[in-house]
Each structure stands twice: as C-alpha cells, then as structure tokens.
Design a protein around this ligand. Structure first.
Ligand SMILES: [Zn+2]
Length: 413
C-alpha cells in the first residue's frame, strides 16, 4: 500500500516536470526572436541619417571630419563597418564626414593648373667642367646646344630647389600631371641619341650595362638617389643610329624603358623637313617609327622636329609628320616638339596645342635670348603649380572658363 502511494507521487512529479518542459519549449517557440541589426551603407548619406539610425537601433556614432573633394560638405565619406555586417547592442560605429574642399590650401600654395610648363631641350652632355670651355656659362659651343656635365648638374639642382619636379613628356601631353602639392612640373628631353646621353663603358658580371656617371643618364641616376621625390625621367629622341653604340643599343633601350625613361622619334636621318618631298618626309618619320618598333613596343609617338622644321604647322610636310603609311605600316604622332625658346601652356589651357609644343633650349646667355635664367625668371609668376591631385584641375575662379573641356574635376577657388 505504502509502495503504491509512493509510486503515485513519483508519477505526479514526472508529469509536472514534463508539463514544465513542454511549456518552456512552447514559450521559446512562440516568443518572437529579436531581429538582427545590420549595418547599412552610410557612404554618400548625410550625418543626420547615421544619427537617426543609431537612435532607432540602439547604437552609438563616433564622428570625425576631413576635407574631401569628391563628397559634398556634410556627406559621409567612410564607415568603419562593412555594409550588412551585424551590429551588436550598443555598438559604437565610426563615420567620417566631409568638410568639402579645402580651398585654403589652394590659396596658401598659390595653386595654378593653368600655368606654364617648361620642356627643356638638351643635346650633348660633355664630360668637361664649365671653366674648361671658352663659351658663356656651361655652353660647350657657341649656341649652347652642347652642355658641360657640371652645368647639367647645376641645372638639375636649380630645378629641384626651385620647386620643379619631373614628369614624363607623354603625361604632359595627355594631361596626366602627377606632381606634389605646391610643386611645378618640368619635362626633360634629349635629342640626337648622342652616345653621351647614356655612355655605356661595359657590362658587369651579370651582363648589365655600366653607365658612365658623367653622361646625361649617369647624372640623372645619381639625382634619382639623391632626391627620390624628384621623380627623375626624360625622353630621348633618336635617329637611325639609336644611341650610337652599336654593341649596346638594344641593351640601352631595354634599360631605358625599365628605368622610367622614354624614347621617341627624331626622324631616321635627322632631315630638315622643309627640304624633303612629301614622300621623303613619310620615309623619314615612318622608317624611324619602324626601327623603334623593332626594338620595343613602348616608345612614345612623339616626334622632335630636327632643326625645329617645319617651323609652321601649316607647312605641307607637317601633316606627314602627324600620320602616314610607310612600307605598309601606318603611324600616328601624338605630339611634335619644336626647337624652341620658351615654356608652353598647361595641357588644360584652351591655348595648348599638343601637336606643336615649344621647348626651352637649355643654355646660358647671361639671362638674355630665352636662356635658362631668362625663362625661369619669366616662369616665377606664370608657372603651373599643382594641387597634388592628378584627377583635378584647380585654378582661380576667374580662370575656370579658360579650362579646356576635360574628364577631370575642375575646381575654382
Ligand atoms: Zn637634332
């Protein structure tokens, strides 16, 4: 009897326990689960949108500010959490808000991306000190086409210290100007493929060329090490003899391309293109392109006009410099260089003509007749001064209208 009662009691406890378990399961199934909160994409929205979201979803916003040219003032530029990642309760999210464009920095640096750009024309760099010549300054000949290595070193120091930074000629022509804020672009060119452009004295044990440190490239390479922000580069315009070092020409061209230099066309036999027939003009230009093409596919489609001829782009031969077909292969020239006297326009100027670009002859003449001193004095108030961003064209408000149509963002200040 006693045992029976005891069993009843156990069954009761079991039933109560079972009921409780079922109840808990039902409660768990019935009570709606709290929904996950996911991080939205705030970028492009306003600050208030993020604040409002966090008020409703129990999170905190940490806001910082920075200048930005791509986002309007008060727009959200960045968020620390990825879109659709889960937000914990009370989580702190970080956003960065645009302060808009920093116009002050433009006026502090006198930014002027409609300013002029010097394209320097060099020929030979002669292994002599300037006092060893009987000509003015660093000139080695009367007209200063050949320059002492010492004068060339001084030129480079002067460009660097005056706030100029090198850019590639092809980038100038194409309006791709990547230059530090407050600095001015400068382009270096060398004509005639003289052996002293890059004098090779032999090969090292790995078969690499050894470059004479007093040749143009030797000097440029030492500046590359001395001033890494100088962005050393230059374009060399060649004739049929290339760099006039038969055994090394191919190695030199490979080395040039690998080391940030460019090579272009100076006609096959350095012809005066005012005296050639139209057919001869095509041959001079086309044959040189063909030779370059046989050496590398990375030459630039730029012709430095020998003697600066033709002097006018209206000359009958000029169109054959720009395009033609030689031995079944057609060529196209993006830019021609004149034997010139002064800096040329910004690529963003409506006056700029990339097909006929002026150069400054790098020579000394006591500040007269468009020598280096004369030109850089002229440039002091007229030079291109960069905003540091290759994707924008920044000019004074009154000059915005003078900017040629471009895909880049134009900013007036
Ligand atoms: Zn020449």
């Amino acid at each position: 009897m006693k045992k029976k009662r005891h069993l009843k009691k156990e069954a009761k406890i079991f039933l109560i326990g079972l009921g409780l378990l079922i109840f808990i399961i039902i409660v768990i199934l019935i009570i709606p689960k709290k929904e996950k909160v996911l991080m939205p994409l705030f970028v492009g929205l306003k600050k208030e949108d993020a604040i409002e979201f966090c008020k409703l979803n129990n999170c905190k916003v940490d806001i910082s500010y920075e200048y930005n040219i791509d986002f309007e003032k008060d727009e959200i530029i960045k968020q620390n959490k990825e879109k659709n990642s889960e937000l914990k309760d009370n989580e702190k999210i970080e956003i960065v808000i645009s302060k808009g464009i920093n116009y002050q920095v433009y006026s502090d640096n006198n930014v002027n991306e409609l300013g002029r750009i010097p394209v320097m024309m060099y020929h030979g760099i002669i292994d002599k000190k300037s006092e060893e010549t009987s000509y003015t300054g660093g000139n080695v000949d009367k007209d200063g086409y050949q320059r002492t290595y010492e004068a060339f070193i001084n030129d480079l120091e002067f460009y660097y210290k005056s706030g100029y930074r090198m850019i590639r000629l092809a980038d100038y022509i194409n309006g791709k100007i990547d230059c530090e804020l407050g600095k001015s672009p400068i382009v270096l060119t060398f004509d005639d493929g003289l052996s002293n452009s890059i004098k090779v004295t032999g090969l090292d044990e790995k078969g690499n060329i050894i470059i004479d440190p007093h040749s143009a490239v030797g000097i440029l390479e030492s500046f590359k090490k001395k001033y890494p922000d100088f962005k050393v580069t230059a374009t060399f315009f060649l004739n049929g003899g290339l760099f006039n070092q038969k055994e090394y020409n191919d190695k030199i061209i490979d080395w040039m391309i690998k080391n940030g230099y460019d090579i272009g066309n100076h006609t096959y036999s350095h012809a005066d293109l005012t005296t050639t027939t139209e057919e001869e003009t095509i041959k001079e230009v086309g044959r040189m392109y063909k030779l370059l093409k046989s050496k590398t596919n990375k030459f630039v489609n730029i012709v430095a006009l020998p003697y600066g001829t033709p002097y006018k782009s209206t000359h009958a031969n000029f169109k054959h410099v720009l395009s033609g077909t030689y031995e079944g292969e057609s060529y196209q020239t993006d830019c021609t260089l004149r034997v010139g006297w002064e800096s040329d326009y910004s690529p963003f100027s409506e006056s700029f003509n990339p097909q006929f670009v002026k150069r400054i002859r790098a020579y000394d003449n006591d500040g007269n007749d468009f020598d280096i001193t004369y030109n850089f004095k002229y440039l002091e108030t007229r030079r291109y001064i960069s905003d540091g961003n290759p994707n924008t064209v920044v000019v004074k408000n009154e000059n915005v209208e003078k900017v040629t149509p471009t895909n880049l963002k134009i900013i007036g200040y």
